[in-house]
Design a protein around this ligand. Structure first.
Ligand SMILES: *Cc1c(COP(=O)(O)O)cnc(C)c1O
Length: 383
C-alpha cells in the first residue's frame, strides 16, 4: 500500500471532456478557456476570472498588474509555497516576512500591523496573505489595515477554493471572491482541489485590473475592440503596449478543469469528513490538531498536525507506505531568501511550527480503510 499526502482524482467524465477538445478546432485559446473562467468566477463568487498557465504565472501577473518594482516592499508569510514570495522578486521588489498566528497558522495581522506602524507611511506597497492549508484568512480585517496604509492585497487562495470566512455583518465570504482583496490566485496543479496538470486562475472584481491581466497574459498585446488602442490600421491591427508573457493555458486543460470543477463541492464534502474524523481521533492524544472555529469554512487542501519528534513520525509512516509531507520549510530560512531579506530575522512561531508539523494524507479518494490505517499508525507513534 502506498498512501500519498495528496492525489488527483480523474474520472471517465474528465477523460471524455479532454478527448472531445482534442477532436475540436482549438487546442489552446478557444471556447473552453472562457467557459472555465466564467464557471470558476461563478463558483467562487467573483466578477472576473483569468485562466493562466499555472499558479506561479498567476502570481507573477498579479504583481505586474499592481506595478511591483524595485521600490516595492511586500509583506507575506514564511509558511507558504515559494511562489507566494517569488512573484515579488520577479518584479524586482523586496519581500518582508511576518510571523504566523500559531493557532490558525496564517499570517498574523497583529505582526503585520506592528511592522507597518514601525516604518513611515509609504514604506510598504502590498500584502500577500495565504489561505494556508485551506484555512480562510479574515480579509475584512486585512482590508481595513491595508486601507489605512494604502496597500494592495493579493490573496494566495491556492489551498482554499470552496473555503469561506464570516465577515462582521455575518456574511459568508468565499476565498478569492474579490470582496476584500484586489486580486486572488488559484492553482490547478494535480495536488490541488481542481487538477488540470498545470493551470492557474486569477479572480478579481476590478474591471481595470481584469483588462490589464488579459493583456499581460498574451505578451502585453491588445486587439481590435479594445478602447486602449492608440492607432488602428485595419482588422489585423493590434498593439504591443506593455511587456507581457505567454502565460496562456490550453483549451485541453480547461476542459479538464471544467469537468473537475463540476465535482468540486463533492470533493470538499469528502475533505471535511476526513478532517472531522482526524480531529475526533486525535483530540485526546499527544497529536496537536488545528480545529477551525465554527464560523469558518475550511477547505482542507492539507491536514496538518504538530507532534514532538516529527522526523521520527515522518520516517515511521514512510516505512508503512504513508507518504506524509512537510508544509513548509520557512521561506526566510531558504538560502535564496537568506540573500534577499531573510538574513538575521527571527520568526519564532513559524520556526517552532516547522519543527513540529507534518501533513497527513488528505484527498477525496482516500478510502476509510486507508485513513484508518494512517490513524492507527499515527496513534501508535503518539503513545
Ligand atoms: C501550488 C501553489 C502555488 C503555485 O502554483 P503552481 O500552479 O504550482 O505554479 C502558489 N502558492 C501556493 C500556496 C501553492 O500551494
Amino acid at each position: 500500500m502506498k498512501i500519498p499526502y495528496g492525489k488527483q482524482h480523474i474520472t471517465e467524465a474528465d477523460i471524455h471532456a479532454v478527448t472531445e477538445v482534442l477532436k475540436a478546432d482549438f487546442l489552446t485559446t478557444g471556447p473552453k478557456v472562457k467557459e472555465f473562467e466564467e464557471k470558476f468566477a461563478s463558483y467562487i463568487g467573483s466578477k472576473y476570472a483569468v485562466a493562466v498557465a499555472n499558479g506561479t504565472a498567476a502570481l507573477h501577473l498579479c504583481a505586474m498588474a499592481l506595478e511591483v518594482d524595485s521600490n516595492s516592499k511586500v509583506i507575506t508569510t514564511p509558511i507558504t509555497f515559494a511562489a507566494s514570495a517569488n512573484c515579488v522578486r520577479y518584479c524586482g521588489g523586496s519581500v518582508e516576512f511576518c510571523d504566523i498566528d500559531p493557532e490558525t497558522l496564517v499570517l498574523d495581522i497583529e505582526k503585520v500591523r506592528q511592522k507597518l506602524e514601525s516604518a513611515p507611511k509609504g514604506t510598504y506597497s502590498g500584502i500577500i496573505p495565504v489561505d494556508f492549508t485551506g484555512y480562510p484568512v479574515n480579509l475584512e480585517a486585512f482590508r481595513a489595515l491595508a486601507d489605512e496604509y494604502g496597500l494592495w492585497i493579493i490573496e494566495d487562495a491556492c489551498h482554499s477554493p470552496g473555503g469561506w470566512f464570516t465577515d462582521s455583518a455575518g456574511t459568508q465570504q468565499n476565498c478569492g471572491n474579490g470582496a476584500y482583496a484586489d486580486l486572488a490566485i488559484f492553482s490547478f496543479h494535480p495536488v490541488k482541489h481542481i487538477a488540470c496538470g498545470e493551470g492557474g486562475m486569477i479572480t478579481t472584481n476590478d474591471p481595470i485590473l481584469y483588462k490589464k491581466l488579459l493583456q499581460l497574459r498574451t505578451h502585453g498585446m491588445i486587439y481590435q475592440g479594445d478602447d486602449r488602442l492608440i492607432e488602428n490600421h485595419g482588422r489585423w491591427y493590434m498593439e504591443l503596449q506593455e511587456l507581457g508573457y505567454n502565460y496562456r493555458i490550453p483549451d485541453i486543460l480547461c476542459a479538464l478543469g471544467i469537468s473537475q470543477l463540476s465535482r468540486a463541492d463533492e470533493g470538499l464534502v469528502r475533505r471535511r469528513a476526513i478532517a472531522a474524523k482526524y480531529d475526533a481521533v486525535f483530540a485526546s492524544s499527544a497529536v496537536h490538531t488545528h480545529v477551525p472555529k465554527s464560523d469558518t469554512g475550511h477547505a482542507y487542501h492539507l491536514y496538518v498536525v504538530e507532534v514532538n519528534n516529527r522526523k521520527e513520525l515522518y520516517d515511521k509512516l514512510r516505512e508503512e507506505g504513508i507518504y506524509a509531507q512537510i508544509h513548509y520549510i520557512p521561506l526566510h530560512k531558504m538560502p535564496y531568501y537568506q540573500q534577499h531579506g531573510g538574513q538575521g530575522i527571527s520568526l519564532p512561531y513559524a520556526e517552532q511550527y516547522y519543527s513540529r508539523c507534518i501533513s497527513l494524507p488528505m484527498y477525496p479518494s482516500l478510502t476509510d480503510e486507508e485513513q484508518n490505517f494512517v490513524i492507527e499508525k499515527v496513534l501508535a507513534f503518539a503513545k
